[in-house]
Design a protein around this ligand. Structure first.
Ligand code: ARG
Ligand code: ZN
Length: 881
């Protein structure tokens, strides 16, 4: 196997830069084929830096056109320029000097979507993490903070709009139909937050008055004709701005805040100072084209990027190892925002489902890494569920441990102390230690140690002594390059649920620190004795998912059935039910594999029906109750020697069992949920639609005919119901007239709406049939599919690899081959997206032998290719290691 010799970056090697760049003036002569960039850098030798240290500036695929030092052409012998580095050896004696660097870049042939590129005729940039070095030579690292002045000139017709960070300063006409604009950002910022946008776009404007009375002009820029689809994003933006003032005391700081939606984007969105650039998927929405999930994502991502203005921009990362400093914290903040705007319980369940689906397999496989990694070869590969979602869980635990008040005090101190700085996780934690007087040394392991801790638990009640004795033990499984783990501080929220469902009081608890309903697990083993407990309770633990751990408690089915009906914490009710469903699906898969019929307990099925019909519960919660663990969820719990076909068969059998048992109830419920009110994206209405869609699947399965789905598909006045019905038709009736007709009608209706066509691709990518691989291959030939657009690739190939378990893991290896072919085809043009797609293979070792062999062979074949990108080589090597 070919080994990649790329440089490895290590946290312990961090050194402050010998040079600083307090100011930069950029001048762009924009032209799609060839853009000239003139950068004037004010360079300063850092204190204590040796006088003769060469200045090494980062580049990536750059061509140097000119270099001037203090205005004079630099002698050729004084520097050395390659596409990825500019080294200047002879520098002026003075501590401060000016460098002028002229580079030539090629926006329209830039397929990596990093640096300056063109998307649907619009110039835009993506600089995080290391894209600025594709624009000019620079100290492209986040601890170099500079004040930016940006001048752009372009053809006035092609690009009437010229935007950059900060506030607009000046603009005007030039000769030859060109024009210019100058922007100035007074806040020193790292290069990854630089952005420009130039093009011809429509706009929605609004304004926001901050708490202290500053008037901010808001603009959301979208393709002409799509302005109305930006209304919801604007509303979400204003709510985010208000919320950050109220919950965190954070005000906006510039005169303008602009958002631009582009159709070719590697990730979700980017928080460039004053000029957020978004994947248009996370801006555009209306009833006709967006589902409720899309609306909720838009709200969350608009908030996320806005919140970065303080957690990321005003206070940024010292180096990329600290990525979670801004991402984990900002995800936590956007989660809290959505929880406040919607249903907190439902939001929390959604977060935990996503964490288990994306972060747990990462943490339990070859790509596991700490929330704050210690080494990387390619930083783009660390924009992961661990850094983001587990990073957010760690901040949530911090709040649980400190309590709301001390947590807020810590945040306030962090903002006060570090505004304008590039800092580390240690700085972050120190603010909380100082504000609360607590020692967070053991807690900090959550940042440093990879792996999902296991917590094993058992309890027994002594009726005579009136004591509940709980035994808890923690262990952290080994992960790549970390075989020995230290003991963690695990905060477990809990309750003693009494016979009537009430939380029982107790007189005292001994054996661990127990405060405010939280057990602080800090040693390997704790035996906790609750005294003065007057009735036998059911122990409810990890309420609200207070710690991101796997819980292994003694399997008392009766207790779980009880908690699912009675726990005062809605998360725990859902968890109890989910555990029961998962366990029964694991048993059923085993039965199927052994050639037996799967069987399901009546009381579990009845519990599902009762909760679904319980009108005292929110509809969105009831929809979650009826949503069985996914095939991937079950596979993850089985953990080794997985046979996806058996899981699929077992799950299908449970769906049908519930469908038959609930036929009447579900029919009535479904009809009763219909309302004639005009579409509204609010959480309550969305919950009703979610429940209707969930019920529809059971109705169709119970009846064995597509009629109900066909009716909903035809009558729907919104995308949630239309796509929901189409999903069911495609899953179960794709080879019937109804299925084919609905798919064709959908395609016809949305042929020219790419974001909706993505749903059409996605829905078909999930069809679990024999012909799945060839269907996906044929869809790749569709005139509107393109490897150049990340949204298309994710919709079709990403969905196939993540949500079509039987086809991706098809026993003949053809599913793996499809994904591998796509990864290789993509790597030459967009390494970031190719590498991300390749992570679909991360759990390959947990499959059964035949599948494992297919995966290994393909991975080894890919890894052996010449000219792999650093991104892809890194993922493949770690996956195979
Ligand atoms: N900072 C962005 C966010 O809000 C993500 C950008 C990552 N982009 C990349 N090319 N790695 O989460
Ligand atoms: Zn972010």
């Amino acid at each position: 196997m070919r080994t990649e010799s790329g440089q490895i970056f290590r946290l312990e090697d961090y050194k402050p830069s010998a040079y600083l760049i307090p100011g930069i003036a950029l001048d762009f002569a924009l032209d799609a084929d060839e853009t000239l960039v003139t950068a004037r850098l004010r360079v300063e030798r850092a204190e204590n830096a040796p006088d003769n240290a060469p200045l090494e500036l980062d580049g990536d695929a750059l061509t140097l056109e000119a270099l001037r030092i203090n205005g004079a052409d630099a002698p050729v012998s004084s520097y050395e320029a390659t596409p990825d580095k500019l080294t200047i050896r002879k520098l002026p004696e003075e501590r401060e000097f000016e460098l002028t660097i002229v580079t030539r870049v090629l926006p329209s042939s830039n397929t990596t979507l990093m640096g300056l590129y063109v998307s649907s005729g619009v110039f835009c940039t993506q600089c995080e993490a290391e894209g600025f070095r594709r624009i000019t030579y620079f100290l492209d690292r986040p601890d170099i903070l500079s004040v930016y002045t940006v001048r752009m000139e372009a053809d006035r017709k092609a690009a009437p709009l010229l935007l950059s960070n900060g506030n607009p300063v000046e603009s005007g006409a030039l000769e030859n139909g060109r024009h210019f604009a100058v922007w100035h950002d007074p806040f020193p910022k790292p290069s990854y937050l630089f952005a420009l946008v130039a093009g011809d776009l429509g706009v929605v404007t609004d304004s926001f008055t901050t708490a202290s009375g500053r008037e901010v002009s808001l603009g959301i820029y979208v393709e002409h004709g799509k302005e109305e689809r930006a209304a919801y994003a604007m509303d979400a933006l204003k709510r985010s701005m208000r919320w950050d003032e109220e919950r965190f005391g954070r005000e906006y700081d510039l005169d303008v805040f602009n958002i631009v939606a582009v159709s070719d984007f590697n990730m979700g969105a980017m928080e460039n100072k004053g000029l957020n650039v978004f994947n248009d998927k996370y801006v555009l929405a209306d009833a006709e084209t967006a589902t409720d999930v899309d609306f909720a994502n838009i709200e969350a991502i608009i908030a996320h990027e806005y919140f970065h203005n303080w957690t990321g921009n005003r206070i940024t990362c010292r180096d990329w190892f600290q990525l979670c400093l801004k991402e984990g914290l900002t995800v936590f903040r956007d989660h809290e925002f959505s929880a406040d705007e919607r249903s907190r319980a439902v939001k929390r369940i959604g977060e935990v489902r996503a964490l288990r689906a994306h972060q747990f397999p990462e943490d339990q496989g070859p790509l596991a890494h700490p929330v704050r990694p210690r080494r990387y070869r390619e930083i783009n590969n660390f924009y992961t569920a661990t850094v983001y979602e587990k990073g957010s869980e760690v901040v949530r635990m911090l709040r649980t441990i400190l309590g709301e008040e001390a947590f807020r005090a810590g945040m306030d101190l962090y903002f006060e102390r570090h505004d304008g700085q590039a800092v580390t996780i240690e700085d972050f934690l120190k603010a909380f230690e100082d504000a609360s007087g607590r020692d967070l040394t053991q807690f900090a392991l959550w940042y440093h140690q990879a792996g999902t801790p296991n917590v094993a638990l058992s309890s027994r009640y002594d009726a005579e002594a009136k004591t509940l004795t709980v035994e808890i033990e923690q262990s952290v499984p080994p992960t790549p390059s970390e075989s020995r783990k230290r003991l963690m501080h695990i905060p477990l929220a809990f309750g003693l649920v009494g016979p009537e469902g009430e939380d029982l009081a107790y007189e005292s608890a001994e054996g661990a620190v127990v405060e405010n309903g939280v057990i602080h697990l800090r040693k390997r083993r704790h035996t906790i004795v609750f005294k003065g407990v007057n009735a036998r309770p059911v122990f409810s633990v990890n309420r609200g998912f207070s710690a991101p751990v796997t819980l292994c408690s003694e399997g008392r089915t009766a207790d779980r059935l009880f908690l699912a009906r009675h726990d005062s914490d809605p998360f725990s009710r859902w968890q109890a039910l989910t555990t029961l469903f998962t366990d029964t699906l694991i048993a059923a898969s085993k039965a199927v594999r052994g050639g037996k019929e799967p069987a399901f307990a009546d009381d579990l099925v009845q519990l599902g029906l009762d909760l679904a019909a319980d009108a005292t519960l929110e509809e969105a919660f009831r929809a979650l109750v009826l949503t069985l663990p996914s095939e991937a969820d079950v596979a993850r719990e089985i953990g080794h020697d997985i046979d996806p076909d058996a899981i699929h068969t077992a799950r299908r059998a449970l769906l049908e069992t519930i469908a038959r048992a609930g036929r009447e109830t579900f029919g009535d419920l479904y009809e009763g949920l219909h309302d004639n009110a005009p579409f509204s994206p609010d959480a309550r209405s969305a919950g009703r639609r979610a429940l209707r869609n969930t019920l529809l699947e059971y109705l169709v399965l119970g009846e064995g005919t597509p009629q109900a789905a066909r009716r909903q598909f035809d009558d729907a006045d919104n995308m949630t119901e239309r796509a929901g019905a189409l999903t069911i038709l495609a899953q179960y009736f794709h080879d019937t007239e109804d299925g084919r007709a609905a798919l064709a009608a959908f395609e016809e209706r949305y042929r020219d709406t790419p974001l909706v066509l993505d749903k059409w691709l996605q829905i078909q990518a999930m069809i679990p049939s024999e012909g799945a691989v060839s269907l996906v291959r044929s869809l790749m030939e569709h005139p509107h599919f393109s490897l150049a657009n990340p949204n298309r690739v994710r919709a079709l190939i990403g969905t196939f690899s993540m949500a079509n378990q039987t086809a991706f893991h098809s026993a003949d290896g053809e599913g793996y081959r499809l994904v591998a072919d796509t990864v290789l085809a993509l790597d030459g043009q967009n390494p970031q997206v190719a590498a991300r797609l390749a992570t679909a293979f991360r759990s390959w070792r947990s499959l059964d032998k035949g599948r494992r062999e297919h995966a290994r062979a393909l991975l080894a074949d890919m890894a052996g290719r010449e000219n792999l990108s650093r991104d892809l080589a890194d993922i493949l090597e770690r996956t195979l290691a």
